[in-house]
Design a protein around this ligand. Sequence first.
Ligand code: NAD
Ligand code: UDP
Length: 347
Amino acid sequence: MLQRMRDGKTKTVLVAGGAGFVGSHLCDALLLRGHKVICVDSFLTGSRANVRPLENHPRIRLIEQDICHLSEIDEPIHQIYNLACAASPPLYQADPVHTMMTCVAGTGNLLALAERHDASFLQASTSEVYGDPEEHPQREDYRGNVSCTGPRACYDEGKRAAEALCFDMLRAGRADARVVRIFNTYGPRMQPNDGRIVSNLLVQALSGNSLTIYGSGEQTRSFCFVTDLVAGLMALMDVNPNPGVPVNIGNPGEFTINELAEMILTMVPTASEIVYRPLPKDDPQRRRPDIARAKELLGWEPKIPLSEGLQQTADYFASVLVETDLRPKTASAKPRAGLTDALPIGA
Ligand code: NAD
Ligand code: UDP
């Protein structure tokens, strides 16, 4: 039953987390390919605005639901993407038990759904499974340096457990499970008060607030534009046979946080200055994907350089800030319903 060829046909594709930043771009791309999309989202960190343009689309169905309490879907499903999980550190730490349960119980529920429907399944895992890595760049066979007791553990260990579930279901012949390890991704439709570095710095620069850098700013990240990521997700879902191994998807260009801030200050006309704040506990010092496996198995590599992607993202936030009149108020932006802590935009 596994690896059944379904290429070239219109499929019904369930996207859990489809109202989120990445998920909404994935829904767009799937609809563009002619597929029917079922978007399941609790709107914990996603936004109705992300899916509002799709609401009246004849081939999308929106289901507001937490994947920890998933109901049966009353129609055949061919593919399931599991992107449902808060991804920004302050957001996934706001309710860490729920984050862990989303990764474990939620992923388990979706894998069981995949088994019942004989659907292919793709799990959005993360570079966080490498923790604060001692090997650089990170290859998929590196086992990582993760704290199982620290504040990031709910996410890092949750995602590691979700990977284990996927490979157990695959080995048992119960689900055609695939695992992508996503490195820092940015682009339009990130939430302005999401708390991640690209959204924080761009919103701060556009609104004239200080750019907050945690620690020395010499820590590095590798930033992938969202359309490149979505192409990689779809390539891994569609490749046959299932590679049966996790695949890194990210842009290997590596930048310090100071370099990113300087790029943004050059790009956005602003009087903002940089301020330094304490580094959060367990914050990884270096991160860069080795993407040899994605190139070999999927023929995938990123196309959008950081300067180009950042400009598109800056243009997006500029329009959002005008629409929502957030400009003078970002330092005290309120968290959305379901989030328990204030977010550190102007921290
Ligand atoms: P996001 O927060 O914008 O999207 C996550 C979506 O999942 C939101 O719409 C949220 O409401 C929904 N959600 C969260 N918990 C849920 C639950 N229990 N039930 C139903 N819906 C739930 O984040 P994103 O950046 O779009 O990330 C998407 C996925 O990719 C996540 O699984 C994340 O772990 C993974 N990922 C993202 C990045 C990145 O840089 N964007 C990096 C690594 C991994
Ligand atoms: N960071 C920062 N200022 C901010 C937000 C984040 O300096 O306003 C740092 C953070 O400490 C980390 C890096 O930027 O070193 C990337 O953080 P992000 O939350 O985007 O993702 P992470 O890769 O840590 O999950």
